[in-house]
Design a protein around this ligand. Structure first.
Ligand SMILES: O=C(O)C1=C[C@@H](OP(=O)(O)O)[C@@H](O)[C@H](O)C1
Ligand SMILES: C=C(OP(=O)(O)O)C(=O)O
Length: 429
């Protein structure tokens, strides 16, 4: 299967709403399942990754019904999950895998986790190591580094753990395991990463303490079902934000999107590159700020991107690289080695895809260097079966001379099933 996208010949205008946030949707299912009583989640992301989380909890005895983007979860409490009768297939989802391992570490049963080819190449020792320290028995391919993994949970000991990688998934896995430990579990986070777990827990009546780099949770807290509306996903909005920044004369507004500061690196960087971006927080959903983003097309300039901003823009770096092909001067992205452990090696994939369509880009061990501006001519590229690579290539078609053909585009359903619909809408307006 492939999909051919023709260049756009007019600016992007109007308004757009993107589907619910992937990170928050996962967490709503997990905490809803561990709560007592019913949880209703509105604007749930119906992408394949979040459905993998739903499926895993259904296999552990949780009654979850979905009507479109509304989810109703009959929570079973902290001690109500059942041993899954078969291996849990987590598809393509790294977030499901890491967070679920945290939950399973505290269960009095055994579970086996599998996933697709991509997930089977992604490192799990980053969560297996601290969870073993808490007492869980974990084994798998290469001693539990890779799927398939089997885990037998137990009564956990609390730990204090300094994150060796800047990863919200590792942080969240330990905090979720901390719910099942006797006493206080603390994660020390040298560089801030997305904090949705910390912000959503109070909506379920849970308590979590933050003091600078220290995040602590007490075990044994009773969680209560709640009603929760998921904000729009800034990582999905980022595709059309970037398109609007790149097409001169554009003026696009994205509405009801999450503006959590641990996620807004894309907005900060595009602004620093010279794009006029305005954000307005219009409401708070629980502890998550939500609002509108207006972005206009503008000439951009290259810049150096490194350090603390990287975790705040980790999933949008492919888009920053695309934007940099149109920016005046050199853009250097550093400290982004984590990209090599995503659905595919995103440093290698971005360099390959952008080179194929005409960019001047070099690979670095921990990032890339892009020289701009260049005219992208278009061509045929692989999505690498990675949703964010496929969508980045699709956005390149907004500014390319000729069409861009994307091989294996169906992976886009992982995080943004409505993507092509929204893209066509904007191209036709
Ligand atoms: O916690 C989360 O929901 C996520 C954390 C990030 O991964 P890492 O924590 O591994 O960097 C991000 O890339 C992923 O898309 C979602
Ligand atoms: C890295 C991503 O997700 P995950 O780690 O959950 O597979 C992503 O959505 O870009």
């Amino acid at each position: 299967m492939e999909r051919t996208l023709t260049p756009i010949n007019h600016p992007l205008t109007g308004t757009l709403e993107v589907p619910g946030d992937k990170s928050i949707s996962h967490r709503a299912v997990i905490l809803g399942s561990l709560s007592r009583g019913t949880t209703v989640v509105e604007n749930f992301l119906d992408g394949e990754d979040c459905l993998s989380t739903v499926n895993a909890f259904k296999c552990m005895g949780v009654n979850i019904r979905r009507e479109g983007t509304t989810l109703s979860i009959e929570g079973r409490g902290l001690d109500g999950l059942k041993e899954p009768p078969a291996p849990l297939n987590l598809g393509n989802s790294g977030t499901t895998s890491r967070l679920l391992l945290g939950v399973l570490a505290g269960q009095p049963f055994h579970a086996c986790l599998t996933g697709d080819e991509s997930l089977s190449r992604r490192p799990m020792d980053r969560v297996a190591d601290p969870l073993r320290e808490m007492g869980a028995a974990i084994d798998g391919r290469e001693k539990g580094k890779y799927f398939p993994i089997s885990i037998r949970g137990t009564n956990l000991n609390p730990i204090t753990y300094t994150l060796p990688v800047h990863s919200a998934q590792v942080k969240s896995a330990i905090l979720l395991a901390g719910l099942f430990a006797e006493g206080r579990t603390t994660v020390i986070e040298p560089v801030p990463t997305r904090d949705h777990t910390e912000r959503i827990l109070p909506a379920f009546g849970g308590e979590i303490k933050r003091n600078g780099q220290y995040i602590s949770i007490e075990g044994g807290q009773e969680l209560k079902g709640t009603r929760f509306t998921v904000p729009g996903d800034l990582s999905s909005a980022a595709f059309f934000i970037t398109a609007s920044a790149l097409v001169q004369g554009s003026d696009l507004t994205i509405k009801h999107v999450g503006l959590n500061p641990t996620r807004t690196g894309i907005i900060d960087l595009l602004k620093q590159m010279g794009a006029p971006v305005e954000t307005k927080v219009t409401e708070k959903i629980g502890e998550e700020p939500v609002g509108d983003i207006r972005i206009q097309g503008s000439p951009l300039k290259g810049m150096k991107i490194e350090g603390e901003v990287i975790p705040r823009v980790i999933d949008e770096i492919p888009l920053i690289a695309l934007a940099a092909t149109q920016a005046n001067g050199v853009t250097e992205i550093r400290d982004a080695k984590e990209l090599r452990y995503k659905e595919t090696d995103r440093i290698q994939a971005v360099v390959d895809v952008l080179t194929k369509i005409g960019a001047d880009i070099q690979e670095l061990k921990d990032g890339m260097v892009i020289n701009g501006p260049v005219t992208l001519k278009g061509g045929t590229v692989s999505s690498y079966h990675d949703h964010r690579i496929g969508m980045m290539a699709a956005i390149a078609s907004f500014i390319s001379e000729g069409p861009v053909t994307i091989e294996h585009p169906s992976c886009i359903n992982i995080s943004y099933p409505q993507f092509f619909h929204h893209l066509n809408q904007l191209k036709q307006e």
